[in-house]
Every structure is written in C-alpha cells, then in structure tokens.
Design a protein around this ligand. Structure first.
Ligand SMILES: [Zn+2]
Length: 103
C-alpha cells in the first residue's frame, strides 16, 4: 500500500475516501478512530491517513487528490442533508444522495 494523503480530520478523511472509492480506487483509512473529540488537535501521527491498496491506482489517486485540494475551497451543499461537499463530488459523502451541481 502507498500513502497518498494525510487528512486534517476524520471528516476530511471520509471525504477523500468517498471521492477515491467513487472513482474506483481501492483505499484504506488508517488512524480513522485515533483522534479525540471536536476541537482537540491530535498528534500528527494520529491524523487519518489515506492509503491506496493497489500500486497501479496510485497515479490516478494522486491526480484526484490534486483536484480535490485545488477545489477544496469550493463546496456545494447537499440538497438532502445540507452537508457541504466538494464541487467535484457527484454523490454526497454523508448521505450518498446525488448532488445537484450548480450550473
Ligand atoms: Zn447529503
């Protein structure tokens, strides 16, 4: 396995995992349950990490993450549960309903 991303928190780890799995990339999240409650700053080594299981999917995953990071300040709110999602997502990471993209 290869690490492709270190998330700033559990919710970001879930976002990135959802994005990659939607694109067909097999990933595992390490340290998913390691950090404490909201408002706590976990130690760096406890931050959630995204690992790609298959070497041949690594480049694809890295390109998706680059897109994610460049679009991370643009979000669309889910029409079903109101959670903000990156504009690159096609389904809500939270409730898995299809997102209606603006425009
Ligand atoms: Zn939703």
């Amino acid at each position: 396995m290869r690490r492709v991303f270190i998330a700033s928190g559990i919710s970001e780890a879930q976002l990135v995992r959802q994005m990659l799995e939607t694109a067909g990339v097999s990933v595992q999240v390490l340290n998913e349950h390691a950090s404490g409650g909201l408002g706590e700053l976990p130690a760096t080594e406890a931050w959630p990490e995204i690992w790609v299981e298959r070497e041949h999917q690594l480049a694809h995953a890295q390109s998706l993450i680059r897109d994610y990071e460049s679009a991370s300040d643009q979000t669309v709110d889910c029409g079903t549960c109101s959670e903000p999602n990156p504009v690159t997502f096609e389904i809500c990471w939270h409730c898995r309903e299809p997102l209606l993209q603006p425009g």
